[in-house]
Design a binder for this molecule. Structure first.
Ligand SMILES: [Zn+2]
Length: 315
């Protein structure tokens, strides 16, 4: 064996090793070996599955659709709509996840996975199906689906209280034990998705209210309803201090009969103590979240409410 051959061996080994690395890198995004023939026909050879044949055409679960070949997230379920075309349709893609390329047919725009180039389908514009007027028409077979993780909500209950300006009511309820979340909004009116101006000046019939989600292992509707009766004055009719108008009325929008019964019991207790309670008990209807500048108003301003202070009424 001559010397040059001996020196050549490490170079050869290094080159093979480097080539293997490159091949592995490519394999990560271009591995077609795990695809079935039908998947390969669509994903690699740009075929189209038959309409109404794919598993995600009428799929309505919450979650994320990912690339069958590389696993990258492509579409969110909230962009999915029923186009009745026979293919899963999305009016939006996850940013930068889907690439548009001119279709070889010279007419349409093909969509591919931006990460691995897997063929997904086509995108169409101006059809007017949704506000975005965009339809990503995708083959089910190009996709996998990852359902949204379902949080355990078995310990959660919702309550809706109206007691004057919702800033103050939210402030106090938010600081109570066992609260998961609070939001201010409008309820009980005639129109959909009202604005603050409409509620205040156009007589939509909505009331300023606070929706509370709480942990039933830490507190109860009764605890929160008691607190509610102590942080506002339930004897004032259609007003609360300086805020006058029906939108400031005192009310509990109960979720079920159990909440209603608790509220009736507490009102009886207060009346026995001499309070002429005017709080209305109304079955809960759609709660419309108020504009974001109303949410957690006092927290944001680092102030304390002028309109609501806690007074012991059950002692
Ligand atoms: Zn991909």
């Amino acid at each position: 064996m001559n010397k040059s051959a001996i020196f050549g061996i490490p170079i050869l080994v290094a080159s093979v090793f480097a080539l293997t690395l490159v091949a592995k890198e490519n394999q990560k995004v271009m591995d077609n070996s795990k695809l079935t023939d039908r998947e390969r026909y669509v994903i690699v050879k740009r075929g189209t599955e038959a309409p109404f044949s794919g598993k995600y055409v009428n799929h309505k679960e919450e979650g994320i659709y990912t690339c069958k070949r590389c696993g990258e997230p492509l579409f969110k379920s909230d962009a999915k709509f029923d186009s009745r075309t026979g293919w899963p349709s999305f009016d939006d893609a996850i940013p930068d996840a889907v690439k548009q390329v001119p279709d070889p047919d010279g007419m349409r725009t093909e969509i591919v996975c931006a990460n691995c180039g897997a063929h997904l389908g086509h995108v169409f514009f101006g059809e007017g199906f949704t506000d975005k007027s965009t339809r990503h028409c995708v083959n089910s077979i190009s996709l996998n689906f990852e359902p949204k993780e379902v949080n355990d909500t078995s310990n959660q209950e919702t309550a809706i209280f109206a007691g004057g300006c919702f800033w103050g009511v939210q402030y106090h309820l938010d600081h109570a034990k066992g609260i998961i979340s609070t939001s201010v909004g409008y309820i009980g009116g005639k129109t959909k998705a009202p604005t603050y101006e409409e509620v205040c000046s156009k007589g939509t019939g909505h009331v300023e209210a606070v929706k509370v989600v709480f942990d039933t292992s830490q507190t109860s509707f009764e605890n929160l309803a008691k607190l509610f009766f102590e942080i506002h004055d339930p004897t004032q009719l259609n007003r609360q201090g300086p805020d006058v108008g029906e939108q400031y009325k005192s009310a509990i929008f109960y979720e079920d009969d159990k909440q209603k019964e608790v509220a009736i019991k507490l009102i009886k207790q207060l009346k026995k103590k001499g309070f002429s309670v005017v709080t209305e008990l109304i079955p809960a209807s759609t709660f419309w979240d108020a504009e974001s500048y109303h949410q957690n108003y006092y927290e944001k301003k680092k102030q304390e409410p002028y309109c609501h202070t806690k007074v012991d009424r059950f002692q």
